[in-house]
Design a protein around this ligand. Structure first.
Ligand SMILES: Nc1ncnc2c1ncn2[C@@H]1O[C@H](COP(=O)(O)OS(=O)(=O)O)[C@@H](OP(=O)(O)O)[C@H]1O
Length: 291
């Protein structure tokens, strides 16, 4: 199927029609944030699912109940998606947890007045592309990413769902309010060394002002390792029907590593990617772990 069949255009950006409707987008625009909400923000394939596991565990002091009984899309729902209006989010007790893939300037008015906390996760865009490519190959409501070289141009030009990685990252890096936004990278924190995950859990707990003892930190870090999360059916998308997400083609928990782009991009594609990156990111002062 073509982009015209599968996507709608919203504020100049493509979105998959299967999970975004005019109603869900209106619900997003009118959503009333509270100051004690926690919002996970990512460009797709940057570590969303990992954060949807870690934040509920941190806020519950390590109690696994919610991550064992609720799908991640209901546990920390995407505010722009079709499930959001039916989940009675207004009635959820504080602190509520949400996810969004939207850019900073697309956030609803209440976001700027209530000022909830934000955890912004970034990942090397070449690895994002690699993960995105495989994801498009197994999800029926997204376009076929082949041929790869064409999809790469679309990715770099923002002619993919959620627009360009560059604009997304730049929009969220422009928010410099340390009390309110935590910028964290997949590479710094997620690399599957247990120690790194403990550091990540500690940092997130501190940011969310949730004191945790060493044993709780250890337990959360262990649960959030790639190999352990991959077994959690409430997080691994195994309950999504095969005709929507065919994990025989590529698993959602695919590799969970840093640098897999080296196995995906040709030398010429990687060089082209680097040239575009250099141009688009030339005014960004932030030091990324992949630079
Ligand atoms: N715990 C943990 N540790 C390491 N890596 C992890 C973890 N959880 C998810 N992943 C990897 O994250 C990639 C999916 O990204 P997202 O969760 O952001 O996807 S989505 O936007 O919600 O569709 C996807 O990356 P790739 O393996 O490179 O495709 C997942 O495998």
């Amino acid at each position: 199927m073509t982009e015209a069949d599968l996507y709608l255009s919203y504020k100049g950006m493509l979105l998959p029609k299967a999970v975004h409707t005019p109603e869900s987008l209106r619900h997003f625009e009118e959503f009333a944030f509270r100051s004690d909400d926690v919002v996970i923000v990512t460009y797709p394939k940057s570590g969303t699912t990992w954060m949807q596991e870690i934040v509920p565990l941190v806020l519950s002091g390590g109690d696994p109940a919610s991550v064992e009984t609720l799908h991640n899309w209901d546990r920390v729902p995407w505010l722009e998606e079709t499930r959001a209006p039916v989940l009675n989010l207004e009635d959820r007790p504080s602190p509520r947890m949400f996810t969004t893939h939207f850019h900073h300037d697309m956030m609803p008015a209440s976001f700027f007045t209530a000022k909830p906390k934000v955890i912004y996760v970034m990942r090397n865009p070449k690895d994002v592309f690699t993960s995105f490519f495989h994801y498009h190959g197994m999800v029926s409501f997204l376009v076929d990413p082949n041929p790869q070289s064409e999809f790469l141009h679309k990715f770099l030009d923002g002619k993919v769902i959620f627009g360009t990685w560059f604009d997304h990252v730049k929009s969220w890096l422009s928010v410099d309010e340390r009390q309110r936004i935590l910028h964290i990278s997949y590479e710094d924190r997620i690399v599957c060394a247990q120690q790194d995950l403990k550091d990540a859990v500690r940092k997130i707990a501190q940011f969310l002002e949730k004191p945790l003892d060493a044993e709780a930190i250890e337990r959360i870090a262990h649960r959030c390792l790639f190999k352990n999360m991959k077994k959690n059916k409430m997080s691994n998308y195994s309950l999504v029907p095969l005709d929507i997400m065919d994990q025989t083609k590529s698993e959602f928990f695919r590799k969970g590593v840093v640098g897999d782009w080296k196995n995906q991009l040709t030398v010429a594609e990687a060089e082209y990617f680097d040239a575009v990156y250099k141009e688009k990111m030339k005014d960004v002062k932030y030091t990324f772990p992949w630079d």
